[in-house]
Design a protein around this ligand. Structure first.
Ligand code: 5AD
Ligand code: SF4
Length: 499
């Protein structure tokens, strides 16, 4: 087991130094850069990392640019989960390189995120994209102040990368959204699914301390957030960093411990217990979490859904495949029957549960009948929605060494899956017609001007027109569902719940 380093003072100290020295002002006096732009690819963990990068830059005196062309420092927070993500990064770097050469401006480009953990990509960046002055792995976010200092004050590149696994608290965060706060509770993953690059890119699992998480959420509630999203690559393995022994311990915990945690007689040691503790914080109305793994889903988690209405009524449970053979080849650690039992148990205690999932099509050993088992599972579980992916070989993973399926076979399967799932998603919205529901307004719709999007406890998406007299973002409303669309529903305002 790897030693866990928890570093409390470094970042605070560094931030104080940066603020005292006001790096951006020094830079500005020298007619240098002072506006930043961050482009984020990939998962919500990356979004949360970008909020931290932005928090550090703001604390150092930089201001946020509206887009690329207005920025003096551009950070690209990259993702490496699938191959097209690599292509997109290099496409972007190419455009920036041209901009940099054409404008004659002093532009600093930094690349952060999972791709920076891959030595070949780092070499390629160093070789071909010399305008990149900062490299930062996900494990190095807290090093941004030092790297800014090196680039802007010492006028040198800051390209050293490290994957030392540590947890750094107290990094300032510039929260992107007003309505839902992202809270990372664990980093890395111990599972090694055979297709997945995460354990290589983000390292072994390490959990934040319960006290730190509770303190953060209390602060968020005091700021007015009523909804939080707990993040982790394998979020329900929180606290179980020591693997099988810890999972055995988690399986021995039940309702009694949950109730004790809720009464603050016990401090949380498992994920459901953490949820129980967070559900007690006044003002927190909805706790979301992404993504739990079926193999770490305990009976105590089912009790948690029964006891604490603050825990969201959506369950995002990645199935990946409906074939036991493929699940085995993927090293997922469960079979279809145990997934079924889990879903049934959760639906029994929370009948309104909206089940969502991730599915990979075209895993190398997938036969036609394996794929049909996936279709049958999708039909059986009636997922409210699914993120569907075409298998993408990732360097270093076991599945990348297996011969790939022909692209036309995979594409045809993918299309069939998508058609089935889209019909199920449409059905799920039709089933809500006429119902009255509590929602949280997310913000103006990107597609329709004057229309806002909102979500209920189960994460269904609604569009509704609201009077233009105020900023509705983050408001709680009662709505009535009036019309189903394929991926959302139209609704009308019944009542405003929060002022
Ligand atoms: N190819 C395709 N999909 C993948 N995912 C992870 N790795 C790969 C890969 N190599 C999908 C899984 C996971 C989601 C976040 O991304 O479905 O749950
Ligand atoms: Fe990847 Fe599997 Fe870990 Fe999820 S559980 S991050 S899919 S290795």
């Amino acid at each position: 087991m790897m030693e866990k380093i928890t570093d409390e003072n470094n970042v605070l100290q560094m931030m104080e130094d940066l603020q005292e020295n006001n790096l951006a002002r020094q830079v500005e006096e020298g007619k240098g850069p002072r506006r930043f732009f961050i482009q984020t690819f990939g998962c919500q963990q990356n979004e949360n990392d970008s909020e931290k990068l932005a928090g550090i830059l703001l604390a150092a005196g930089f201001t946020q640019a509206l887009d690329y062309s207005d920025a003096d420092i551009i950070l690209i927070n990259s993702c490496s989960i699938r191959e097209n993500a690599d292509d997109r990064l290099f496409g972007h770097l190419g455009i920036l390189k041209k901009q940099y050469e054409d404008s004659g401006r002093q532009l600093v480009v930094g690349v952060c995120g999972c791709m920076v953990t891959r030595p070949q990509l780092v070499e390629k960046i160093k070789r071909s994209y010399r305008h990149v002055k900062i490299l930062l792995t996900p494990q190095q976010i807290h090093e941004l102040p030092a790297k800014l200092h090196r680039v802007f004050i010492e006028r040198k590149s800051a390209l050293e990368t490290s994957m030392e696994e540590r947890i750094v608290e107290d990094i300032p965060q510039a929260r992107e959204r007003k309505f839902r706060a992202l809270v990372s509770i664990m980093y890395g993953c111990n599972h090694f699914c055979t297709y997945c690059v995460v354990p290589f890119a983000r390292g072994r699992q390490r959990s934040r301390r319960a006290g730190e998480i509770i303190r953060e959420v209390q602060g968020l509630a005091a700021e007015g957030f009523s909804e939080i999203m707990l993040l982790g690559q394998n979020v329900n393995a929180w606290g179980l960093d020591s693997g099988h022994k810890a999972l055995k311990f988690a399986r021995s915990r039940g309702e009694a411990e949950l109730l004790k945690v809720a009464k603050a007689e016990l401090s949380p040691e498992t994920f459901p217990e953490l949820l129980a503790a967070l559900a007690q914080i006044p003002g927190i109305k909805c706790i979301r979490y992404m993504s739990p793994h079926p193999r770490d889903f305990t009976a105590q988690m089912v009790s948690c859904l029964k006891l604490f209405p603050e825990v969201e009524s959506r369950l995002h449970l990645p199935l990946q495949s409906g074939s036991d053979k493929i699940l085995k080849d993927m090293n997922r650690g469960y079979d279809l029957e145990s997934f079924r039992q889990l879903v049934n148990a959760c639906r029994e205690v929370r009948p309104e549960l909206a089940l969502t999932t991730d599915i990979i099509v075209g895993f190398p050993s997938e036969t036609e009948s394996d794929f049909e088992a996936t279709l049958a599972a999708v039909e059986e579980f009636k997922f409210q929605s699914a993120y569907t992916f075409i298998f993408s070989p990732r360097p270093g993973t076991r599945a990348a060494k297996m011969p790939e399926l022909p692209a036309d076979v995979t594409q045809a399967r993918f299309k069939r899956l998508l058609e089935l799932q889209n019909a199920l998603t449409y059905d799920s919205y039709k089933a809500l017609l006429g119902s009255t529901r509590e929602v949280l307004v997310e913000g103006p719709s990107k597609q329709q001007p004057g229309v806002y999007t909102a979500r209920d406890h189960a994460f269904h998406l609604f569009n509704l027109s609201l009077p233009p007299n105020r900023d509705w973002e983050g408001e709680r409303l009662m709505i009535k569902v009036s019309e189903a669309r394929p991926f959302s529903a139209e609704a009308e305002l019944s009542r405003v719940l929060s002022a």
